[in-house]
Ligand binder design. Structure first.
Ligand SMILES: NC(=O)c1ccc[n+]([C@@H]2O[C@H](COP(=O)([O-])OP(=O)(O)OC[C@H]3O[C@@H](n4cnc5c(N)ncnc54)[C@H](O)[C@@H]3O)[C@@H](O)[C@H]2O)c1
Length: 504
């Protein structure tokens, strides 16, 4: 099954933000494109707006004037659905309401031929439910573009329960022919990106709700340690708190209120207060002109320790040992090298976040996971009320001597980056185990759809297959609400190693 022929007319129904973007993509690829919107005059306005965007592409020398003129000539707004007769593909981008979409597709089936591919750009509704109303449901797929569609490469090609393989393949190949990077995905709440990304927001909000760190500190740690392009608070201010919350809410509902997807009360209050983010001038942050951006917590300079004793190789933080030596601090190797921690001259221990609380131990400071300890510019530390001040100062001084800023946060299990990455890996592994997508496609989707520095499977390979499950196990033990219970799929995934017991 190949991509649609470029001579095949493509229709876009609903000519708002997404419809215009998708129409531009199909048009620039070379198709004749027809636009329809229920609001009178909007399709024509959309055609003008697309025309202006083509002009800008000519100015930027990404399109020649001849190509623009030809594209404009291929673009036709229509006033009535019947004007879409003869199209080979219809992409729907109308309001996010199941009844409206179902009614639209039922009406479309009376207009187009039975072999016309029908696609929805829904971001949160069930593709199966929308297609369920159709006379010929096999030709119905989800084609989930990301905003802005002309710029962002990812398209999730979603197969509903009744979608024919041929229809999904044709949609996939067509998206690829349009210059996009398609990923194939089964119909699941949130598809790939919006399902697997939920913990990125939820865990940041949970750390804040626990009063362990303020938004500026969490964001700085996610960026400077986690390697994420933006922190969860600033990103949701950009997306719109109402939009982000409504995706979270619909995924949670669609999973029958699975506690692992539970929305955040703090975000609920923010939305109730009308602080929706940049668009209203205020969200987690104040975006009004002249408003000062709060600074993340950054510890005052402290004396570094003269030496550290390494018990074990520090696992995913092994590179720290090189950095410590390069900073001129002696690394003594413990005779017994069972553990994965540094013992400080104070006698206290510095331990990579493992899902436990510092409060459980006599004198422990936890440090957070970093994407790359050499490149990280900030590291979060957490400790208990009874942890000795000397241990906290030596831990702080150690990371400062490596050139890192230090953010001291409250004693939360799994800190910030570690819990976020562990939960993302868990949801990714579970999605693959449930046949939602392949590992490669999940990694591609998360890198291109939400700009993660690594796909969850790439990350997991770096950290070790058992890392996420071990961290979540510990978190589940200290916080057994169910939210951190690792999935069976993650357990199975972690067991896929060469080191097995001989008998049960
Ligand atoms: N905005 C995003 O970031 C984004 C990203 C991915 C997917 N989506 C999905 O794309 C779809 C459209 O979102 P949007 O942001 O472009 O919305 P929008 O509000 O900008 O545009 C929707 C358009 O649909 C028209 N419309 C409504 N009912 C109609 C009907 N029955 N027939 C024809 N036209 C109708 C409206 O007049 C409006 O012009 C939604 O399903 C949304 O979930 C949005």
């Amino acid at each position: 099954m190949t991509a649609l022929d470029l001579s095949s007319p493509v229709a876009v129904v609903g000519t708002g933000t997404m419809g215009q973007g998708i129409a531009q993509v199909a048009l620039v690829a070379g198709h004749p494109v027809r636009l329809y919107d229920a609001a009178p005059g909007l399709a024509r306005k959309a055609a003008d707006a697309i025309g202006s965007r083509l002009d800008r592409l000519v100015e930027k020398e990404r399109l020649t004037a001849d190509e623009r003129d030809a594209a404009r000539a291929r673009l036709t707004p229509v006033d009535d659905l019947s004007g879409l007769a003869g199209c080979s593909l219809v992409v729907e981008a109308v309001v996010e309401r199941l009844d409206v979409k179902q009614e639209l597709f039922r009406a479309l089936e009376d207009v187009v031929a039975d072999d016309c591919l029908l696609a929805t750009n829904t971001s949160s509704l069930s593709v199966t439910a929308i297609g369920g109303a159709l006379r010929v449901p096999g030709r119905f797929v989800g084609l989930h573009f990301f905003n802005p569609a002309p710029l962002l490469p990812l398209v999730e090609v979603v197969s509903g329960f009744a979608t024919d393989v041929d229809a999904a393949t044709r949609a996939y190949e067509t998206a690829r022919a349009w210059g996009k990077t398609p990923v194939a995905c089964a119909d699941t709440p949130g598809f790939i990106v919006n399902r697997v990304a939920r913990p990125f927001y939820a865990e940041a909000f949970a750390v804040y709700e626990a009063q362990a760190a303020d938004p500026a500190t969490v964001d700085a740690v996610l960026r400077e340690s986690g390697g994420f392009r933006m922190g969860a608070f600033e990103l949701t201010d950009l997306i719109g708190q109402d939009v982000n919350e409504s995706v979270t809410h619909s995924v949670w509902q669609a999973f029958f209120q699975d506690v692992r997807f539970r929305p955040s009360l703090a975000q609920r209050r923010l939305v109730e207060s009308g602080r929706l983010g940049r668009k209203t001038g205020h969200g987690w942050y104040d975006h009004r002109e002249g408003a000062e951006r709060p600074a993340p917590h950054t510890a005052e300079p402290a004396e570094p320790p003269a030496y550290v004793v390494a018990e074990g190789g520090l696992g995913p933080a092994a590179e720290l040992l090189d950095l410590i030596r390069e900073a001129g601090i002696e690394v003594r190797e413990a005779e017994e090298d069972e553990g994965t921690r540094l013992v400080l001259p104070s006698g206290g221990q510095l331990v990579l976040a493992d899902g436990q609380l510092a409060a459980e131990f006599a004198d422990v400071v936890y440090f957070d996971l970093a994407l790359d300890y050499r490149r990280a510019t900030r590291i979060a530390l957490s400790h208990a009320g009874h942890t000795s001040a000397e241990t906290v100062a030596q831990a702080t001084g150690l990371f400062q001597a490596l050139g890192k800023k230090v953010s001291v946060i409250g004693d939360v299990p799994g800190m910030i980056v570690a819990r976020t990455v562990a939960r993302i890996i868990d949801l990714a592994v579970e999605a693959v185990a449930q046949g939602v997508a392949t590992e490669e496609d999940v990694d591609t989707a998360m890198r291109l759809g939400v700009n993660y520095p690594l796909g969850p499977f790439e990350w997991s390979r770096r950290l070790g297959r058992g890392w996420a499950g071990a961290l979540l196990d510990e978190m589940h033990e200290v916080d057994p609400c169910g939210r951190y219970a690792p999935s069976l799929a993650l357990y199975r995934y972690a067991c896929a190693t060469d080191q097995r017991e001989d008998t049960p």
